[in-house]
Design a protein. Sequence first.
Length: 157
Amino acid sequence: MLLKYDHSWKEIEAIDMKKKGVDVNFERACVVKNKIVFCTECDDADGFDMYLFDLKTKYIQKVPFFSKETNEYAIRNDVVRWKGEIYYMRCSYNDGDMNNSLTRAESIDDGIYRLDLVKEKFEKISEDVGEFLIVIDNNLCVVRDSFMFGMTYKKVQ
């Protein structure tokens, strides 16, 4: 269910996603340009799925990611909103249980993509990969490794 509330937390709208044909669990969401970008909780060899929900038309659709290669790797994904755009990172690992810099596998699909909301397609902007995306000092950064007491990161582009 997608629930909409007013400023006093009174429910003003409820949208049943199952009735819209979507029967998955969403893990993350970003709002940009009158659209909600939802991502499923899947973190397996296919990665997670991304959906666009138009707040005006109430239409939801899956945004396909067309993989250029087939592999048996575990995929770590992340999505973040930065400067009014949606960015998606895909990173492959050759060990499904130990996803860290030592088990990263190279895949032509790995990198950071910008989601073109008009074309509803991904555009690759960087070959950088890591554990997750983060915005630091208004810069898009990829966290290479995270530890109990800190993390290493790199500014994208």
